[in-house]
Ligand binder design. Structure first.
Ligand code: ATP
Length: 438
């Protein structure tokens, strides 16, 4: 049994933080502005008291924004965050200030997150000063205690961050976060910027502090192996949405969501020749300003459901169609400059000329049955005519399935609180595993 599982079994199941339908949009400035960035796009999750809850996902998936919104460092666009029963998204004034003591953050980059013009003592003391905690003498004593608790020495009080190594600076960041005796700490990539040998020490320190001060952690990370080691439960995030959540070991051993499977199989393996059951993650995530209308992962999903009538089309052809759709989708985002608009009026559409090349690259030697060909030909014409949106819509109409059209539900999987966001969990569809294997 891993350390993480052991600890989880020992904790009671009381929920400390309950997040419901949380949204955080950036740049939602009215009718005439571009669409907002949907950094957090309808998140539900429960964090239990005393646990370490991991949040993983590719860069830009919204992990930091979610962490910051839970702390009210960002104002939620909508939804609720109940902390011990109180919705903190609406707190104001002294209530907000009082609550803020309870929830702190440790940042990724100890290089830039500490003010280089303040001594280490001042940095750790600052939250105590801001909240008027104790007398000056008591604050000093508290800072000294904290420094020794995180493995620094009293004389470090008068030094400056630049005199410290990365690991020591992160210890200062941790001491500062603990100054006000919080219950909940967001650890935003706390070891990513450190050498591997230092990472292990900081992780051990965080585990010890958790035990000593009864802390609840939200641990945000790219590094899936660190998360496996330290977290009791983990949520996998993609384009602002939680794709799968569950107990860490169970989720790592047997991921059920196509995105989790892809992400986990992308972890480098000791034997690079071992290609067994490897799922690759093609392409890059779509823009969070223009996420897919259906499942957020639909444009890259290895288990995507096909629409009726196309079941017999070969994998190769289907793959080329999906990639072509991606290219057209990207074209709809290309802003035409003045010169292009003039050329367009004159019948010269240089910006879109290379669509023929894309089709050639994708479909050379690939079978194009008539049922596919008509739609492709129409789409290519529309792109060349400067109407990529029409092409996109036609392709969506022709080749779109439930994955393109509908947001999935979060399905319960098993009886240990696992949830996965995927249409494939509906009875009428083949399960994820057999779809991927096929
Ligand atoms: N202040 C902001 N204004 C506008 N867009 C933002 C802002 N902060 C984040 N974003 C956008 O929101 C999306 C999610 O970003 P976020 O930093 O939360 O992702 P992340 O998963 O933490 O990525 P990383 O691991 O790279 O930090 C990204 O598209 C990002 O560009």
């Amino acid at each position: 049994m891993s350390q993480a599982t052991q600890r989880h079994d020992d904790t009671d199941e009381e929920t400390l933080i309950e997040v419901r339908n949380l949204e955080k949009y950036y740049g939602d400035d009215g009718m005439f502005s571009p669409p907002p960035v949907k950094a957090v796009d309808g998140v539900d999750l429960d964090i239990k008291r005393g646990e370490t809850f991991g949040l993983v996902g590719e860069s830009g998936s919204g992990k930091s924004t979610l962490g910051r919104t839970l702390l009210r460092l960002e104002q939620a666009t909508s939804g609720t965050v109940s902390f011990d029963g109180t919705d903190i998204t609406t707190l104001e004034g002294s209530d907000l200030k009082r609550w803020r003591r309870n929830a702190q953050i440790v940042f990724q980059d100890p290089e830039s997150s500490l003010n280089d013009r303040m001594t280490v003592g001042e940095i750790v003391r600052e939250p105590l000063d801001a909240h008027d905690k104790g007398t000056e003498r008591e604050r000093r004593k508290r800072v000294m205690d904290l420094l020794s608790r995180v493995g620094l020495r009293e004389e470090h009080y008068y030094r400056y961050p630049h005199q410290f190594s990365g690991g020591q600076r992160q210890r200062v960041g941790i001491a500062r976060a603990l100054a006000l005796e919080p219950e909940f700490v967001v650890l935003d990539e706390p070891v990513s910027a450190l050498d591997v040998s230092v990472q292990a020490k900081i992780i051990t320190l965080l585990e010890d502090l958790q035990e000593e001060f009864d802390l609840t952690y939200l641990f945000i990370a790219h590094d899936l192996s660190v998360v496996r080691h330290i977290c009791d439960r983990v949520a996998v995030m993609y384009l602002g949405k939680i794709m799968e959540v569950g107990e860490t070991e169970e989720l790592y051993e047997d991921p059920v969501n196509p995105y989790t499977k892809s992400l986990l199989s992308a972890i480098p393996r000791p034997d690079p020749t071992d290609e067994s059951e490897r799922t690759t993650l093609p392409g890059t995530p779509p823009s969070p300003r223009d996420p897919p209308q259906g499942c957020q992962f639909s444009t890259r999903c290895p288990a995507k459901i096909r629409p009726e009538g196309f079941e017999e089309v070969s994998e190769e052809t289907w793959d080329a169609i999906e990639r072509f759709r991606e290219i057209v989708r990207e074209r709809t985002r290309v802003e035409l400059g003045t010169v292009d608009r003039v050329k367009r009026r004159a019948g010269l559409f240089s910006k879109y000329d290379d669509i023929d090349e894309a089709v050639k690259d994708l479909f050379d030697g690939v079978e194009r049955p008539p049922v596919v060909d008509d739609h492709l030909t129409y789409a290519v014409e529309q792109v060349k005519a400067g109407h990529p949106q029409d092409a996109r819509e036609r392709l969506h109409e022709a080749f779109g399935s439930v994955c393109d059209r509908e947001r999935p539900a979060h399905h319960q999987v098993g009886d240990r609180g696992r949830e996965s966001y995927c249409h494939r969990h509906r009875e009428e569809y083949d399960d994820v595993e057999s779809a991927i294997r096929r």
